[in-house]
Design a protein around this ligand. Structure first.
Ligand SMILES: Nc1ncnc2c1ncn2[C@@H]1O[C@H](COP(=O)(O)OP(=O)(O)OP(=O)(O)O)[C@@H](O)[C@H]1O
Ligand SMILES: [Mg+2]
Length: 222
């Protein structure tokens, strides 16, 4: 299978009051097309930072990130934005839904900017799959944390990206919805053939992935 991502010797440092904080240390791995990888590790081990690098929203201090053989450090911001728009579905710990758009409109939005047709029906379908058909006309502020999280997941799936980067996508959900949403994400990844990076503390979920990467204090634990 072809590589979707290749991370080479990634280091990420933050400067804080003149001190270097080493957040990620010598990270190397590849993600294949249509591969499902769980990322686990304690709070503060660098999981979110790693996803920020993989989305191209942050740059590593040293090392390179190749996405479909293109080096993020060698392409323009415009091109990176274009790649994110078309190919990378993001589910952040904070959901970043558009506040004045309803759930349905939030899910339709990435399809509209990608010129995908029949977006309303497709958004309706995903929202009912995810158990939110009855909340589709609500604004994010009218939804619970778990419901907003599910809208963010529906939005990430909606436009057929090549990969979904999901940061604790079931972190706010109860047991029933954790099961529902994680199975849905995994099922869709097979059906639509996208790769999936799942940051999670849920061991049941890691078992359903093809592979697990464990971060320990910014290193990959081997
Ligand atoms: N902008 C920043 N400036 C300085 N330090 C930062 C910054 N962002 C993150 N860090 C530090 O980097 C480390 C890793 O943070 P990160 O958010 O990646 O952890 P995480 O594994 O996602 O944790 P959690 O499970 O709590 O979400 C932490 O020690 C954090 O304090
Ligand atoms: Mg995090």
């Amino acid at each position: 299978m072809k590589n979707l991502y290749k991370l080479n010797n990634i280091n990420l440092n933050y400067q804080l009051n003149g001190n270097d904080i080493k957040v990620l240390k010598n990270i190397n791995f590849e993600i294949k097309k249509n591969e499902r990888v769980a990322i686990i590790g304690e709070s503060g081990s660098g999981k979110t930072s790693l996803l920020m690098l993989m989305s191209g929203l942050e740059e590593p201090t040293t090392g390179s990130i190749l996405f479909n053989n293109e080096d993020f450090s060698k392409i323009s911001e415009k091109k990176k934005t274009e790649i994110r728009k078309k190919k990378i579905g993001l589910v952040f710990q904070q959901f970043y839904l558009i506040p004045n758009y309803t759930a349905l409109e939030n899910v339709m939005f990435p399809m509209q900017i990608n010129n995908i047709n029949d977006e309303k029906n497709k958004a309706n379908l995903i929202l009912s799959d995810i158990g939110l058909g009855h909340r589709k006309n609500n604004l994010p502020s009218e939804l619970s944390g778990g419901e907003q999280q599910r809208v963010a997941i529906a939005r990430a799936i909606s436009f057929n990206p090549e990969i979904i980067l999901a940061d604790e996508p079931t972190g706010n959900l109860d047991k029933k919805n954790t099961e529902l949403v994680s199975n849905l994400l995994l099922d869709y990844s097979y059906k639509k053939k996208f790769s999936l990076i799942l940051v999670t503390h849920n061991m049941k979920l890691t078992k359903k992935c093809d592979r697990v990467i464990e971060l320990l204090d910014g290193h990959i634990k081997v």
